[in-house]
Design a protein. Structure first.
Length: 286
C-alpha cells in the first residue's frame, strides 16, 4: 500500500477526483488513491494506491486504514447507489476516519425534484450519523456537461424557463482542496455554483456563439421528456433521474448563486461563457 497518507481520495480516475488528486500532488501532499481499477490510478508523486468499490465494505475498510480525512466522490448513478455510499461511509467510520468531504448536489433533500439528489441528502445524513466530521459540497450542474446537452443541434428537456448556475469542475476541485486542508470548514454545507444564472435558451445561445453551429433549446413537457427517452432502453430509475434533473431547474430548485468559490477557493468562479470559449479555443476538457 506504500507510504502512510492522512488523506485518501476516491474517484481519482474520474473528472472531479482526478482534479483534486492532481492539485494535492502539486502541493506535495501524501495521498492514498482509492480506485476500482489500479491500472487506471493516476501516476503521481507522493501517492499510494488502494483498491475498493463502495459496495465492498471490507475492501473500503482496508483502503481507509490509517487515513484521517477522506475525499468521497459520489458514485456513478445506480439503483442501489445510496446503499453503496452507506457501505463506504460505514467502512470509513470503522477504519477510524475522522473527516469526510463529500461531493453532494445542489438542493439535496428527501423531497428534491431531481430524484438522484435524494441519495445525496441521505448520504450526508448517514455521514453525520456515523460520527464523521463532514463537509458537504453541494455542487450545481457541471458547466463541463453543457456541450453534451445538445443532440443534433437541439437541447431537449423539461426545464421550462428555469435558471441555474453551472459550475466548472476545476472550481469545485479548488474548493475541495481548500476544505480538505483546513479543518475550520468541518461541519459546513456549501452550495458550490458558477457566477451567474442561465436558462437553457442561454446555454443554447452560448453554444451557438462559441462553436459557430446553431443550437436551440426546445422545452419539453414531462410526458414528452419521458417519451423522447423511452427508446434508450434505460431502466426507469435512470430515465426518471435524467428527466427530473431538468424538472428541478423548471421548479426553481437550481436557482442558486453562491459565493463559495470566491470565499473558500479565493478566486472568481468561471462562467459558462468563459468555459465554453476556452473549450472552443483550447480543446476538450477531461
Ligand atoms: N454535479 C453534476 O453535474 C454531476 C454530473 C455528473 C455526475 N455527478 C456526480 O459527481 C460524481 C463525480 O463527478 P465526476 O465528473 O468526477 O464523475 P466521473 O468522471 O464519472 O468519475 C467518477 C469517479 O467515481 C468512481 N466511482 C464511481 N462509482 C464508484 C463506486 N461505486 N465505487 C468506487 N468508485 C466509484 C469512478 O471510478 P471508475 O473509473 O472505476 O469508474 C470515477 O473515478 C459522479 O460520480 C456523480 O455521482 C455530478
Amino acid at each position: 500500500m506504500g507510504a502512510a497518507a492522512e488523506i485518501a481520495v476516491t474517484g481519482t480516475t474520474g473528472g472531479l477526483g482526478g482534479r483534486v488528486t492532481r492539485r494535492l500532488a502539486q502541493r506535495g501532499i501524501a495521498q492514498r488513491l482509492v480506485v476500482r481499477d489500479p491500472a487506471r490510478a493516476p501516476d503521481l508523486d507522493h501517492t499510494s494506491v488502494a483498491v475498493g468499490a463502495y459496495s465492498d465494505g471490507k475492501a473500503m475498510r482496508r483502503a481507509f486504514d490509517g487515513v484521517r480525512t477522506v475525499f468521497l466522490v459520489s458514485g456513478e448513478e445506480a439503483r442501489d447507489r445510496l446503499d453503496q455510499h452507506r457501505t463506504a461511509v460505514d467502512a470509513a467510520a470503522a477504519a477510524g476516519v475522522e473527516r469526510v468531504i463529500y461531493t453532494s448536489f445542489l438542493g439535496a433533500s428527501p423531497e428534491a425534484t431531481f430524484t438522484l439528489a435524494r441519495d445525496h441528502f441521505h448520504t450526508e445524513t448517514h455521514l453525520r450519523a456515523a460520527g464523521l466530521r463532514t463537509v458537504a459540497l453541494r455542487n450545481s450542474m457541471y458547466a463541463d456537461l453543457m456541450p453534451y446537452f445538445a443532440s443534433d443541434g437541439v437541447i431537449r428537456g423539461p426545464a421550462g424557463e428555469g435558471r441555474f448556475a453551472p459550475v466548472v469542475r476545476d472550481d469545485i476541485a479548488d474548493v475541495a482542496v481548500a476544505v480538505l486542508l483546513d479543518e475550520q470548514y468541518d461541519g459546513a454545507t456549501f452550495d458550490v455554483t458558477g457566477p451567474e444564472l442561465v436558462t437553457l435558451h442561454d446555454v443554447a445561445a452560448l453554444l451557438s456563439e462559441t462553436t459557430g453551429q446553431e443550437v436551440r433549446y426546445q422545452a419539453e413537457t414531462l410526458d414528452e421528456a419521458y417519451a423522447s427517452r423511452a427508446s434508450y432502453g434505460a431502466p426507469e430509475w435512470e430515465v426518471t433521474g435524467w428527466v427530473t434533473s431538468y424538472a428541478a431547474i423548471a421548479a426553481g430548485e437550481m436557482e442558486v448563486v453562491s459565493d463559495t468559490v470566491e470565499t473558500v477557493a479565493g478566486h472568481r468562479p468561471v462562467s459558462v461563457r468563459d468555459f465554453l470559449q476556452r473549450l472552443h479555443t483550447d480543446g476538450e476538457s477531461t
